[in-house]
Ligand binder design. Structure first.
Ligand code: FAD
Ligand code: FMN
Length: 776
């Protein structure tokens, strides 16, 4: 085959080398616009795992790279006058120039033709090419030419960065955060040869502009950074090797994905590789790894399917299919890390104490969890756990096991929860006339025995016509209150858990069947009329609600107040106002369902007006020493709907009104919503609201292990974690998760104590029998 790689970065060179080595009969060229020893950038880092894969394909290159590698384990963080260090993180770094030189020399050895100093304008300059690799980097001309086929999605990210170097050797991957009069800057610093380190400086666009860096040339920028980072530089100078860039040399990172990775131009197959196909932010340093792994996968597919021209279409299809999955996985982690750095100044650096800030930094990609940190640096993590527990008022006994973050107590107003686990409200559709019965006693009672700090009953309706279904619970009469009291008394007398009441009104989602008879479907008979912010039905075949009138406002507020009063008398410890999931109060908040033109529609303040009126009315009758939480849909996941930015505005309004907690759920407001599910998928909303608005939050959604909860609580992403479906599967979820992480910080009910040791022993036996997997 005749193969041409346009662009001699890591992707183009490594693929040329592998394919030529696999079959010397191929004619392979790499065409690069730079001269052999010219390149941008300084050092790159990648992992031991990448090296293992490279060794399997070309041991000689891997050996040469390994000799040139600088390996280090520590991460050091400078912030607010503190300098903190942790170990066990395992990076390898190499100069970009050195990496390219090794690859160039290996290419020449195996007979790849290297052409330097030639700017390629079009793939058609190589009409004899069977396969043309567009390995021409993130600004790929070839990708741009066939944009209609490749369908690239290129997003310029808001932060500015400048990639510099310094002749100073750092023995740790170093992060330095500095506050200026206009905002925060951070430096990412890592050594790549005996005496040189990469020094990337990053800041927000706002801070960049406020410092006039748009007008600064490279020397001015260097002088600015040298002064700002004088402490960590300790007399060393910063250098640029991007003199070819015009202007300030402060760039915006471009985040790239492509729908298609190959295209037939009529004569040759053109395939994207490396940064031309995808990018991953330098926050997790994986761009070079991805480029090299693309090259490996394409050559692997030629090996598997046959390296003849007629197999190219099948090879390229397999290449794209396999690589897109891995690339997406890495891009997700890179996106989390990148977004962390985009908001780090206001959200974390200003608000978190240095210890917690460092924990947040280490877990920024959400791929490194609490238990991963323990594997990396047990000593550091246990110290952090001790620090965290002490912050939560736990007395520290150096001889006793430390209390994990999830099992530290949490006090809001006069209520102290024993731990951070909440049984999330879950409708059971098992009541008649809204009255709790034996099912509810056993259901909620067993979950309270299961170790959670707070157990919510399901959405409890404030009137008969506020119910979702005829099976929903209520609190609008004394019979219901008496039945609730039996449950709440059980929780208080038999368990250390606190009892939570979620009050709600179904609004336009009311008068429907029990979940297992057709969720959200109107009743077959005996429907009751619905009210909502505006006449917008939930389902196309659903009942149309009536727009609420002033009389409705008055009646519904009175119903909430009466229910809150009864709830206080019953003895509930925490009250939650349900303003999520498209129910009545939520229908005011979302612009999709609130079309009003009066003072209850339009701006955020207007849309929040009625929910806040209700909040203030219940706050006035709810005991002062007991907290009120507000559940919000923090993302409507629908065009034109609320986003986390809107949720933060509402959270601020509720905070001003006196709310103690925001329970951060999402969706279910609009029938055609498209949530992006995944592990901890709503936790970013709790994080944003907690750390930007400054109110305690509850994270909820796909939190299913102790490790998740510990990571969230320890990083300060939320104050409590609500766990719903796992509690349906296992009423004693909290006790079992404690045992799985070897913690005895949660007491088992005395009646069940006989089972604990056997349970722990069986877990330990199962764990010992499982093959050990390395930390990701
Ligand atoms: C600040 C910063 C820090 C980074 N840190 C890391 C890190 O720590 N670890 C890591 O793995 N990655 C890092 N990267 C990313 C990494 O540099 C890239 O992901 C990697 O180089 C991609 O390799 P590539 O071969 O696809 O593209 P490139 O390395 O960009 O190579 C493309 C080549 O094509 C050439 N070219 C372009 N157009 C033409 C043309 N028309 N004709 C001829 N030649 C052309 C270019 O001159 C260049 O040599 C970082 C990137 C940035 C910006
Ligand atoms: C059966 C069931 C009923 C639910 N009922 C309610 C409810 O009454 N009120 C509410 O706010 N959320 C309700 N939810 C949502 C949960 O509280 C929780 O937010 C959601 O299930 C995500 O958490 P998970 O991933 O831990 O299940 C319900 C969820 C389930 C599975």
């Amino acid at each position: 085959m005749r193969i041409v790689c346009i662009g001699g970065g890591p992707a183009g060179l490594y693929f040329a080398l592998l394919i030529k080595q696999a079959n010397p009969a191929h004619r392979v060229s790499v065409v690069e616009r730079n001269r052999p020893y010219d390149t941008f950038g300084w050092g790159v880092v990648f992992s031991d795992a990448t090296m293992d894969t490279m060794r399997a394909f070309d041991a000689k290159t891997a050996d040469q790279i390994e000799v040139a590698f600088n390996h280090w384990d520590d991460i050091e963080v400078y912030i607010k006058g503190r300098r903190m260090r942790t170990t066990g993180h395992g990076f390898v770094g190499i100069g970009r120039k050195q990496l390219l030189n090794i690859l160039q020399a290996r290419c020449e050895e195996v007979g790849v033709e290297l052409v330097f100093d030639r700017e390629v304008e079009s793939d058609e300059e190589f009409p004899d090419g069977d396969l043309i690799i567009a390995s021409d980097g993130v600004n790929s001309k070839i990708r741009a030419k066939y944009a209609a086929a490749f369908r690239p999605n290129l997003i310029a990210r808001p932060n500015r960065y400048i990639w510099l170097g310094t002749r100073k050797s750092y023995d740790a991957f170093t992060f330095d955060f500095r506050r200026t009069a206009h905002g925060w800057f951070q430096a990412h610093i890592y050594k790549f040869d005996q005496d040189t380190s990469t020094f990337i400086v990053e800041t927000t666009e706002k801070t960049f502009l406020a410092h006039g860096l748009e007008q600064a040339d490279q020397d001015d920028s260097i002088a600015f950074c040298e002064e700002l980072f004088a402490e960590v530089l300790d007399g060393a100078k910063l250098m640029t090797n991007a003199r070819h860039l015009r202007g300030s040399a402060w760039l915006n990172f471009s985040q790239l994905t492509c729908d298609q990775w190959s295209h037939f131009n009529g004569r040759s197959h053109v395939a994207l590789m490396g940064d031309a196909a995808h990018t991953a932010h330098f926050a997790i340093g994986s761009g070079t790894k991805l480029a090299l792994e693309d090259a490996i996968e394409l050559s692997r597919q030629f090996r598997r399917l046959g390296d003849a021209a007629e197999n190219i279409p099948a090879v390229l299809a397999a290449y794209q299919e396999i690589r897109t999955v891995e690339v997406m996985r890495l891009q997700n982690a890179a996106r989390n890390a990148m977004e962390w750095f985009e908001v780090v100044g206001n959200r974390y650096a200003d608000t978190l104490e240095p210890e917690q800030f460092m924990y947040s930094l280490l877990t920024r990609s959400q791929r490194i969890s609490h238990e991963n940190l323990r594997l990396r640096d047990k000593y550091w993590l246990e110290n952090y756990e001790r620090w965290f527990a002490a912050r939560c008022g736990v007395s520290i006994d150096p001889d006793a096991p430390v209390v994990p973050p999830m099992f530290t107590p949490y006090t809001i107003r006069g209520v102290t929860l024993e731990n951070r686990i909440v049984v999330s409200p879950m409708a059971m559709y098992s009541a008649r006339d809204g009255v709790p019965n034996d099912f509810h006693l056993v259901h909620l009672g067993s979950r309270a025995l299961g170790g959670a700090g707070l157990v919510y009953g399901e959405m409890t309706c404030v009137s008969a016509d506020a119910r979702i279904t005829p099976g929903c619970l209520g609190l609008w009469n004394d019979e219901q209150a008496a039945a609730w009291k039996r449950i709440v008394d059980f929780v208080h007398q038999m368990t250390p858990a606190k009892a939570g009441l979620q009050l709600g009104h179904a609004g336009r989602k009311g008068s429907t069947r029990l979940a297992w008879e057709g969720i959200d479907q109107p009743l077959e008979a005996d429907n009751w009329p619905l009210i909502s912010a505006s006449p917008v039905s939930y389902l196309s075949n659903g009942q149309m609600p009536r727009e609420m009138t002033p009389d409705d406002f008055e009646r519904v507020t009175a119903d909430f107040v009466a229910a809150a009063r009864r709830g206080a008398d019953v003895g509930f410890d925490v009250l939650e106002l349900h303003c999520a999931h498209g129910y009545l109060l939520s229908s005011f908040l979302s612009p999709l369902t609130n079309r009003r033109t009066d003072q209850y529609g339009g701006s955020h303040r207007n849309r929040a007006r009625y929910p806040i009126e209700v909040f203030l009315a219940i706050r006035a009758v709810w005991p002062q020493d007991r907290p009120i939480s507000v559940r919000l849909s923090c993302h409507d996941w629908a065009e034109g709907g609320n986003t986390p930015e809107d949720a933060a505005i509402f959270a601020r309004l509720f905070k001003e009104a006196g709310a103690d907690l925001v329970d951060c759920s999402s969706g279910q407001v609009w029938n055609n919503d498209r949530p992006v599910y995944g592990r901890l998928y709503q936790t970013p909303f709790a994080d944003k609201i907690r750390n930007e608005v400054g109110i305690a939050t509850v994270a909820v959604g796909a939190i299913s292990e102790a490790d998740h909860v510990n990571s969230i609580i320890a990083a300060g992403r939320a104050d409590l974690c609500a766990v719903a479906r796992p509690h349906l599967a296992d009423p004693a979820w909290t006790l079992h998760e404690a045992a799985k992480i070897g913690s005895r910080s949660v007491p088992w009910p005395k009646q069940y104590l006989a089972a604990r040791t056997q349970y722990e022993t069986n877990l330990a036996r199962d764990a010992a029998a499982r093959p050990k997997s390395p930390a990701p």
